[in-house]
Design a protein around this ligand. Sequence first.
Ligand SMILES: N[C@@H](CCC(=O)N[C@@H](CS)C(=O)NCC(=O)O)C(=O)O
Length: 294
Amino acid sequence: MSDNAEYVPPKVWTWDQESGGRFANINRPIAGATHDKDLPVGKHPLQLYSLATPNGVKVTIMLEELLALGHAGAEYDAWLINIGEGDQFSSGFVAANPNSKIPALMDHSTNPPTRVFESGSILMYLAEKFGEFLPEGGVARTECLSWLFWQMGSAPFLGGGFGHFYAYAPFKQEYPINRYAMEVKRQMDVLDRHLAGHRYMAGADYTIADMAIWPWYGGLAKGILYEAGEFLDVASYKHVNRWADEIAARPAAQRGRMVNRTFGALESQLRERHDAGDFDTKTQDKIEAAEGAK
Ligand SMILES: N[C@@H](CCC(=O)N[C@@H](CS)C(=O)NCC(=O)O)C(=O)O
């Protein structure tokens, strides 16, 4: 394959070649389980199966925010789903989320347990269950849900479009990078104009709309996502940067981004969380130091 070779699609697409790029090993054109394996179940009613990608972090931030408000019922076990290893294709995971993507939540406080998949649906479920971070009615609720769904529709252009072609594709091509850079900059401008006049996405209060948008667009604004800060001139989105910094300073956001994290500094990785105390004792630096001392 060369950058300039034109692709002539055959009459019928067949799965006879790797698409190439990072994640090529987990991409497949069929759904369903590849192997039989049950999901583990811990001691809390809420069981989260996830990974600290932006989509996963939305939910761990919400759970940590609920706990910070004193909702003991939001205690949770967070199990690591290693998508690079294909954990999302186990029979247990597919039963929790037929779409085989993290995050997935099982609520064992209902009988039978309730499965919830799609991060936006999980955020709404938790917001309604605990009566927090989603205004109860009126314009504020509508505004919150509009921005929540804006994220669900927009982020695939950032992740699957721009991020894929800029950072993960086997070689760089001008056409897709140009197309998606244009769209992502437009999206950042949408946010910047809105945040110029609003402290948070839905107005004066911090809501699930902020929790959904921040891991993606806050990460992009701070130059963390795809190391594309300079390329997209993210520093120019001043209001997005102000909002991103404000959320980054929240202790619950700091804890939430550590859960199910398998990359970055060892002290920032809490690969599985089963107890609030795990942040002090079970980060990867401490686990590896204890193993080294044996
Ligand atoms: N719309 C979904 C997107 C979830 C998603 O794309 N998850 C990715 C990780 S960020 C995943 O699990 N990928 C595994 C795969 O595609 O096999 C949501 O918001 O929950």
